[in-house]
Design a protein around this ligand. Structure first.
Ligand SMILES: Nc1ncnc2c1ncn2[C@@H]1O[C@H](COP(=O)(O)OP(=O)(O)OP(=O)(O)O)[C@@H](O)[C@H]1O
Ligand SMILES: O=P(O)(O)OC[C@H]1O[C@H](OP(=O)(O)OP(=O)(O)O)[C@H](O)[C@@H]1O
Ligand SMILES: [Mg+2]
Length: 327
């Protein structure tokens, strides 16, 4: 048997919980036979797949070396750890969880400091008064360097911080910080504020593919199965299915798509006038009202679990990147 597809999934914390829920919704239940401390798993019912449970940060490394074919991790970590992330991985799809902004934050007490340009002034001031550089506590060293250079701030020094970064200014080890924030609670608790033009990156968890992994036929086929279900769930999430019986002689208008973004997955109404329509959640009531006024009574609306298609944008994107090969 040729080597399986390796998919790297966060092994703990918020990203792990969300990743398990996400895969389950897509009809891809992750199985961890040995419990929380088991770092190898499978996807129930999908052959030729091995799940590697790793830290979100290690997942970046495994994708970069090609040890994993697919992975779930934060865009912040990908952009921080890879000099040119887009050259090394293909961003297949954002996952709608793990939202975190990488931001520059300064003490709230610095009332005159609002922008990156103001920080440049502060840096000059510190240099002049104390003969040293502005200190920035962060674990996002590369993102910080790139962003500060882009804003023309050069007279600073990074103080590497591996945790509790928000505490650095109060502890006196740095003046400002670069870290991730989601609710803002940690910044507020530490009397810090985000600099107005200091949002470096709006990150969320992404499904990404390694460009350098050995994409054998087996790996491609397994990836196709996984991406088919993920795309099916993505499409279904915002799809509502309406069923109705139209009175004899009533025709559906030709501009159904333009007016309601609706499609007819089963085709035109049958001889009894029965019809099934799909439309986005936001259009449901407009379309239902229309059908009721046309004489349908009742109109039934359902959520949809999956919309499975022969191909989809996720597969197309992956194949375009790794080469069509023998999938
Ligand atoms: N507060 C948060 N809300 C949402 N996503 C977050 C949050 N904190 C981190 N993340 C996302 O998850 C990734 C990994 O963070 P996580 O906290 O799981 O790992 P860690 O900080 O390396 O480890 P730990 O917190 O367990 O010491 C981050 O890089 C980011 O993409
Ligand atoms: O804006 P908030 O919602 O307050 O979230 C931001 C905090 O969450 C993360 O910390 P985490 O809890 O992962 O602890 P860590 O610093 O040990 O990673 C991050 O490092 C921030 O400190
Ligand atoms: Mg953390």
């Amino acid at each position: 048997m040729s080597a399986p597809l390796i998919i790297a999934v966060p092994s703990k914390g918020r990203l792990q919980e969300n990743a398990f829920a996400f895969f389950a919704r897509a009809g891809l239940p992750l199985v961890r036979p040995g419990g929380e401390r088991d770092y190898r798993g499978t996807i129930k019912g999908v052959p030729d797949v091995e799940v590697a449970f790793l830290s979100a940060s290690d997942i970046v490394g495994q994708l970069a070396t090609g040890a994993a074919h697919l992975g779930i991790t934060g865009e912040d970590l990908l952009r921080e750890q890879l000099a040119d992330a887009d050259a090394v991985v293909e961003f297949v799809t954002p996952l709608g969880f793990g939202f975190a902004d990488v931001v520059v934050a300064a003490p709230k007490a610095w009332i005159d400091v609002r922008t990156m340009a103001d920080l440049d002034d502060v840096a000059a001031d510190i240099r002049q008064r104390h003969g040293r550089r502005l200190r920035v506590a962060t674990k996002y060293i590369n993102l910080t360097r790139r962003f500060f250079a882009y804003h023309g701030v050069g007279d600073y020094r990074i103080v590497e911080s591996l945790g509790a970064t928000e505490g650095a200014p109060a502890a006196g080890t740095a003046e400002i910080i670069v870290d991730i924030t989601t609710t803002g609670a940690t910044l507020a608790a530490n009397a810090l504020k985000i600099v107005d033009d200091g949002v470096i990156l709006r990150s969320q968890a992404n499904l990404v593919a390694s460009v350098s992994a050995p994409w054998s036929g087996v790996a491609r086929r397994a990836a196709r199965t996984i991406l088919t279900r993920i795309a099916a769930e993505e499409e279904a999430r915002n799809t509502r299915e309406l069923t109705a019986v139209l009175p004899e002689g009533v025709l559906l208008p030709g501009d159904l798509t333009e007016r309601f973004h609706a499609t007819l997955p089963l085709g035109l109404p049958d001889t009894q006038g029965r019809v099934t329509l799909h439309c986005p959640g936001a259009q449901v009531f407009a379309l239902a009202d229309f059908l009721v006024h046309a004489g349908a009574d009742p109109v039934t609306v359902r959520s949809v679990d999956w919309v499975l298609r022969r191909t989809n944008p996720l597969i197309e994107r992956l194949l375009a990147r790794i080469g069509a090969g023998v999938a």
